[in-house]
Design a protein around this ligand. Structure first.
Ligand code: TPP
Length: 248
């Protein structure tokens, strides 16, 4: 019988703990598939964040290391410099990367560390119960912005991909989304490119992936996908912001 689908070797055979409709699981699968297809699973070291994906070290079928909240790019820097022939990636949420860890990601990009970052932007702090993140949209309700985010008090949502693309050392910067099958395929391509650039020694690469948090958004899984498409994509446009060919 022809095999039409196979679970990726890139993920351990452990059920995810994620909420129904959360897209962390899809993004994990894409990373696992890419590492398997590139034949680098045995050479890869991932750095897990603090946040809902804190247990990523259990799920990915490669070597994993845990980092303190936001510090994954610094930990990945150390690992990559000691083991330059290994593939090194960080997997981080928006609270982790765009808030407490802003300095780490900016400077890892600035130094053009030859690492890959998978940045999961669900516009909220998921694990801790739905507090406002720097990426929370204007008017979006969170436990710390119960009347909706007010830009007079908290500024405008931070566009990480655009910001990092201004840094000379950021070689590959792309924003993708996993709200439907077509975009899931595009996200996989972006993740593959990011790792290919690392393998080619091109320096810092990052894929921002727009993601859902039905539990903290107070929506059903299906409503969350629609909300992402209608609200997040207009503010966080998808596409490529930088390729190594553009870096002088
Ligand atoms: C130093 C430190 N500060 C704060 C926390 C509390 N904390 C745990 S997870 C988290 C936010 C995670 O949100 P995000 O990175 O967006 O990931 P998500 O859970 O949404 O996937 C915070 C603030 C912590 N664990 N350590």
């Amino acid at each position: 019988m022809a095999v039409v689908f196979k679970r990726t070797e890139g993920l351990a055979e452990i059920p995810f703990h994620y909420c129904p409709g959360c897209t962390h699981g899809i993004i994990h699968r894409l990373v696992g598939e890419v590492l398997e297809e590139l034949g680098v699973l045995g050479d890869t070291i991932g750095v897990a964040p603090v946040g809902c994906s804190v247990l990523a070290y259990d799920y990915f079928n490669c070597d994993m290391h845990e980092a303190a909240h936001g510090r994954a790019p610094a930990v990945a820097t150390g690992i990559k410099r000691v083991h330059p022939n290994n593939v090194v990636f960080t997997y981080q949420g928006d609270g982790d990367l765009a808030s407490i860890g802003t300095a780490e990601i900016v400077h890892a990009a600035h130094r053009s560390e030859n690492i890959t970052t998978i940045f999961v932007n669900n516009a909220i702090y998921g694990m801790t119960g739905g507090q406002m993140a720097p990426t929370t949209l204007i008017g979006q309700k969170a436990t710390t912005s119960p009347y909706g985010r007010d830009p007079k008090l908290t500024g405008q949502p931070l566009r990480i991909a655009e910001m990092l693309a201004t840094i000379p050392g950021a070689s590959y910067v792309e924003r993708a989304s996993v709200h439907n099958p077509a975009n899931i395929r595009k996200t996989k391509k972006a993740i593959k490119k990011a790792f290919e650039y690392q393998l080619a020694g091109k320096g810092f690469s990052i894929v921002e992936v727009l993601s859902t948090c039905p539990t903290n958004w107070g929506l059903s899984p299906a409503e969350s996908l629609k909300w992402l498409e209608e609200n997040m994509i207009p503010y966080y446009p998808l596409g490529n912001f930088r390729t190594p060919e553009e870096v002088k």
